[in-house]
Design a protein around this ligand. Sequence first.
Ligand code: GUN
Ligand code: ZN
Length: 432
Amino acid sequence: MRALRASVLHCVADPGEASDPRAFECFEDGLLVVEGGHVADVGPADALLSKLPSDAEIVDCSGKLIVPGFIDCHVHFPQLDIIGSFGAQLLDWLNQYAYPVEMKFADPDHARDVARAFVDELLRNGTTSALVFGTVHAHSADAIFEAANARGMRVVAGKVLMDSNCPEALRDDPESGYAESKVLIERWHGNGRLGYAITPRFALTSSREQLESAGRLASEYPDVWIHTHLAENHDEVEEIARQFPDSRSYLDVYDRYGLLRERAVFAHCLHMDDEDRSRMAGKGGAAAFCPTSNLFLGSGLFDLPAIRAAGIRCGLGTDVGGGTSLSLLATASEAYKVLHLQEHALPASRALYLATLGAAEALYLDDKIGNFETGKEADFVVLDFEGSELTARRTAAAESIEEKLFALMTLADDRNVASTWILGERATGTAS
Ligand code: GUN
Ligand code: ZN
């Protein structure tokens, strides 16, 4: 048994909605108790310390802040090396930057190198779980699963399905994409903490035959994830309408092929109407809100209030390399600005929800991760208010823990991540 003493924050519901004041639970002088890799207890230190067995290890992180490990609902590991590429909107950006860098993954050694660097970068930023795109190459999925497994991380990933409107070197076909995905599902889904996502890139790069075979796979494996992009960019949406004139909307294309269901996660969801939103909610699909990408690629502004009012599950995604940071704190800060542009607010408590419990709900993993309820897996981050001179000054001037969290969300970088813990064991950094 191990107990960490620090300020402890977590969400038990969406603080943006719930009237329950416990939606955002805060223990200023708190204790997080872990045993066998799971949460044994959380609460005020003075009440819990006296109940601990005498041989329990106490890790003193006083003055720091413990929150649940961040969960990235949408990210492309192969795009690590093109993050921050100048100038283009989505369709040009894919051709100029994303496809060329993904071609390098024909080499399995390159895929393994990037996968290792990627998961280490996640941990450095306090991210303990993610839903991850590979490339079209089956071994790209092997590479990310091996790297995550070596670090004990809960990761869901998949090989991309794409057979049209893209470079020849990045195409599979409906049969090979189906067969390779099936092998990967059998190899990795439910293997330790890993899960498989059927990953059609987006409806523009899959033939009808491929969408149909992806839907067949989804019906054969109802507990695997589905991961794709939806309604990100105006030109993309117009092209979808041209290519699928018989569908009422972009979402309808996926729905017709059986790709809208529980455990289906759609990145972006910017250009949707009320009917789409209520259909997505009714079928249990989830939205990944990717603000740094949406601003960087000039795609549009995510309407969080409309998404949540419809009852859609939602978490934050970094969408690197269209997104500009692997930090979910930095991503939350851009989410705040995206909502501000639409005359809404995003309190730090709700931002924390979107990066933890909300993301776990979007991934249907909230029985396992996302907060510190007893029995959940003990993935967490120790944040250091004093990681930089500026954050030390700003947080010292704050009057509440929520104000300090907001300051971190606005100002923090990886200097403020003191350590990241997987199943109760330190994965990076120093303890206190
Ligand atoms: N839509 C299809 N592929 C991609 C991708 O790689 N990144 C983003 N942001 N959108 C996409
Ligand atoms: Zn993406």
